[in-house]
Design a binder for this molecule. Structure first.
Ligand code: SF4
Length: 289
């Protein structure tokens, strides 16, 4: 990336703390649509995300573009909202069973969750609700293992989808340096699987990886894999990713062969050899309940 690209697309150092603000939104459950139309609703316990991945498509959405501050530098916390969520679930459940994707535009287990515990309180509200049919918890943080007890209460109504885009921590440091190390995520998946929680590895977006990646995922005991890339999964056939200047990052590090639709096909074959074709789901299908 050039200097101007870096300014446009900042990746804060992990030592830089985001500005935290408590908010009281009128509505927590949002109707799901588009890529997530397999669900009735989405839930985002935070607005903003301290993990600040370079390729994050939310950077290109109005919530980030018009904030007037760099993505990753601020996080709004929907604190003290568990009772409100319980009421919203009850209301929504009168129409149809509620299926939730948490979260679509933030990470529900980003660092603010250590103290704020909004995600935990929402999982508790969902565990207590007869209206909740299913929730997919999408995260890249091992902090999710703190809430094993609540996840176990949810039982077959929950699946944890852990983002693991590569097995090479050097790639994690290049593309999302503020996100948790790959080894810690693999270990979290193993703990979840051993605790009987339904699991998925979200290789999304696929980053340059080693030939051992599929075997390393399989060794965790994870049940299935969702595989996606910029060209299928960024909501605009790769155009958002182009605008973010991610191609230059690949070029600068000699990784152009991975900025290509065919990279997914190569890794898909390796994953299917480990898991079987039925358990490797590509793009939108991978994120269905
Ligand atoms: S963890 Fe997800 S929401 Fe957060 S910056 Fe990364 S891609 Fe975006």
């Amino acid at each position: 990336m050039t200097t101007s690209d870096t300014d446009k697309n900042p990746v804060p150092r992990s030592s830089r703390k985001p500005v935290l603000t408590h908010t009281s939104p009128k509505r927590l459950l949002n109707p799901a649509s588009g890529f997530l139309s397999g669900y009735t609703h989405t839930l985002n316990p935070y607005v903003g995300c301290a993990f600040s991945c370079s390729y994050c498509y939310v950077r290109e959405m109005p919530v980030a573009k018009f904030r007037g501050a760099p993505w990753g530098g601020w996080v709004d916390i929907k604190a003290e909202t568990a009772a409100q969520l319980g009421r919203e679930l009850e209301r929504a459940g009168r129409k149809a069973p509620v299926t939730v994707f948490m979260s679509s535009s933030t990470d529900p287990y980003q660092p603010a969750e250590y103290e704020a515990r909004v995600t935990r309180s929402w999982l508790e509200a969902m565990a207590d609700s007869d209206a909740l049919q299913f929730v997919m918890v999408q995260t890249r943080s091992p902090l999710v293992t703190r809430d094993l007890d609540v996840l176990q209460r949810l039982g077959s109504r929950v699946r944890v989808s852990m983002t693991i885009e590569t097995d090479l921590d050097a790639m994690r440091k290049l593309f999302s340096p503020a996100a948790p190390p790959i080894a810690a995520r693999l270990n979290a998946l193993r703990q979840l699987a051993e605790a009987g929680i339904q699991t998925q590895a979200a290789v999304s977006p696929l980053l340059p990886c080693s030939g051992e990646f599929a075997a390393r995922l399989a060794a965790t005991g994870v049940q299935r894999v969702a595989l996606d890339d910029y060209f299928r999964g960024d909501g605009s056939l790769g155009r958002r990713t182009e605008r973010l200047g991610i191609r230059e990052l690949y070029v600068r590090h000699g990784l152009e062969a991975w900025y290509d639709r065919e990279a997914l096909d190569r890794v898909r074959a390796e994953l299917e050899a480990q898991f079987g074709a039925d358990l490797v789901r590509v793009s939108q299908e991978g994120f269905l309940p």
